[in-house]
Design a protein around this ligand. Structure first.
Ligand code: WT7
Length: 561
């Protein structure tokens, strides 16, 4: 098959010889190299103290560009804030193994709280800022979080009376309420010296909830030992160098915003930019210019929205410092690739991975040709394959389950409180079954072919159809509902809902708006259906579940072609 090829980039890359490394590399060695003599497992040590001890204390760790605040922190300044917050947790009687939820907008307090908690051995539960009451409650209950850091606005979505385990609430902004502590005054009073809690590499670091197709979101348990996996991929895939300014645009409510938003670059002592506030094409370009961003990790929807804003917008800024651009989360379409080549003279490097994998898995590399439409090749040390439903490897060009041979450093270690769900990923030993369909070509390049299971990917955000269906069915007008992803030029997919109305209700644009709001205010704005279609019934499988295959056919409008 003839694919357009973009040649390997000339120059000095951290990874120069892919095939040699694939032959010679094993993770055990890099794990030994990463931990070295110190053997300290707490990842907060590796992102702070280790950098300071190698002379990077005065280097900028974090530039924060918010709508109202612009701040910067050196590694030493960040460490002092982290220590202070760690001491606040001590004072509150919180310690190793306790879960602390962070429900915050992208502000420095989020990053400081994350590392302060980790330093004391607590387990962080990130909750994306856009989640509404149902989703927030579910995550706090399931993780039995003992503490929560949020602000007064977001606190309105936290039903405290229904959360018996939640003892400590710290507010970063917006006044004080009974039973809450003020983050800034507590941190202000605390000492800036703190040791870290010794942990094992297999001890939990954070629990990230990821949507599934048929049920509650799963609390993926990630451990301190993810560090070497982030470290090697930041080196080979992101090609990070000491003087880079790195901007990963993802929110830490999603895996990308945690793993590559700050942990991976800080493991290398690289300066990170965090931009608060909403997406805005002109502001994004302005920020790229202002901070002289050199490595940029974002998503196709964001690129497409910048393209849509027009050359009058992005062409106004000097973005010459950009030397490496990466993409994740959804198919990287050809229009985006062409734009990048024309606007910046460099391609965009796609990276495929998941909340479950914890680190980049299949990627395009600077030292390799890119084949348009391919997500690339496995990271050295990773064995990927396309397998049938029995786990047999399929030959090139056959579509099947995208699978990874189990056992890499950043792999999620469990599903919180539901080990059975975790084992389902590994039902075809020795493979981790991703839930994505793919094929491979004769050169070992992989081609993403969509989800197998009905999980929706809208603007790079993962939406579980089951949760949206459950919410819709709570509305008096809705008798039954089935939800699927419908292809969309800008967002990759949009959420489309098929509903059966209860007797006495008639369909109208007003009702559609009401249902949209109902999901938006109960669950999350990004999960709210953009389109509705009224049906006589929702197709079910013999065991009574929504038949996702039929729904997918509806959404693709297969019958209408
Ligand atoms: C799903 C995982 C950790 C990445 C952010 C999303 C889709 C991921 C790509 C890509 C096409 C992609 C897959 C995957 N996906 N990367 N490069 N091209 N699709 O993490 O929320 O856990 O979602 O995102 O379908 O299974 P996530």
């Amino acid at each position: 098959m003839n694919k357009t090829i973009i040649g390997a980039l000339p120059g000095d890359h951290n990874l120069m010889n892919y095939s040699e490394l694939v032959l010679n590399f094993n993770f055990e060695e890099s794990i030994r190299e990463f931990y070295g003599e110190a053997k300290e497992a707490n990842i907060s040590y590796h992102v702070l103290e280790k950098n300071i001890s190698r002379g990077l204390g005065d280097k900028i760790a974090l530039y924060y560009e918010g709508d109202e605040r612009q701040e910067s922190y050196t590694f030493s300044q960040l460490q002092r804030q982290v220590n202070k917050f760690a001491n606040v947790l001590d004072k509150c009687g919180l310690g190793k193994g306790d879960r602390i939820a962070l429900f915050l907008p992208r502000t420095p307090e989020l990053y400081i709280s994350f590392l302060g908690a980790v330093k004391k051995g607590l387990v962080v539960v990130p909750i994306f800022e856009a989640f509404m009451e149902d989703a927030v409650k579910e995550r706090l209950l399931d993780s039995a979080a003992a503490a929560l850091v949020t602000n007064a606005d977001l606190l309105a979505r936290v039903p405290k009376q229904e959360l018996p385990e939640l003892k400590t609430i710290l507010l970063t902004k917006g006044g004080q309420y009974q039973g809450t502590l003020d983050w800034h005054s507590e941190v202000g009073m605390a000492s800036s010296e703190s040791g870290y809690c010794p942990v094992d590499r297999e001890d939990p670091l954070f629990i990230l909830y990821a949507a599934g197709a048929d049920g509650q979101p799963k609390g993926l348990v990630h451990v301190h030992g993810c560090a070497p996996g982030l470290w090697v991929t930041a080196n080979w895939v992101h090609d990070l160098k000491a003087d880079d300014v790195y901007w990963c645009t993802a929110d830490p409510g999603w895996i990308t915003g945690i793993a590559y938003g700050f942990l991976a670059p800080w493991l290398h002592g690289v300066t990170v930019l965090v931009k608060g506030g909403r997406f805005d094409a002109a502001r994004w370009c302005e920020v790229l210019q202002k901070y002289r961003v050199s490595v940029w990790y974002s998503a196709p929807t964001a690129f497409r929205m910048i393209i849509a804003a027009g050359k009058d917008t992005y062409g106004k800024y000097d973005l010459n410092r950009l030397r490496h651009i990466l993409s994740v989360g959804e198919p990287l379409t050809e229009d985006v690739m062409q734009w990048s080549q024309a606007a910046f003279g460099i391609p965009i490097y796609d990276t495929w991975w998941m909340s479950e994998t914890g680190m980049n898995m299949i990627c395009n590399f600077r030292c390799l040709d890119i084949k348009l439409g391919s997500i690339g090749k496995p990271v050295p040390g990773i064995k990927a394959a396309v397998v049938d439903d029995l786990g047999n490897e399929l030959p090139p060009y056959r579509i099947g389950n995208l699978a990874i041979k189990a056992g890499w450093p950043a792999m999620a270690r469990d599903v919180w409180g539901n080990h059975q769900k975790y084992l389902e990923y590994f039902r075809l030993k020795p493979w981790f079954i991703s839930g994505d369909a793919a094929y491979m070509d004769e050169d070992g390049y992989f081609y993403f072919q969509g989800r197998v299971d009905g999980i929706i990917n809208t603007a790079g955000e993962r939406v579980g159809p089951w949760e949206v269906e459950k919410k819709l069915k709570e509305h008096p007008a809705v008798k039954d509902a089935g939800v699927a992803g419908k292809p969309d030029k800008i967002r990759g997919e949009i959420v489309k809902a098929y509903i059966v109305l209860n007797q006495g209700f008639t369909w109208s644009e007003n009702l559609a708006q009401e249902l949209r709001n109902y999901v938006k205010t109960g669950l999350a704005a990004h999960a709210s259906p953009r389109q509705f279609e009224v049906k006589e019934s929702i197709p079910k499988t013999p065991d009574g579940k929504v038949d996702r295959k039929v729904l997918r056919g509806w959404a693709l409008e297969l019958g209408k072609r």
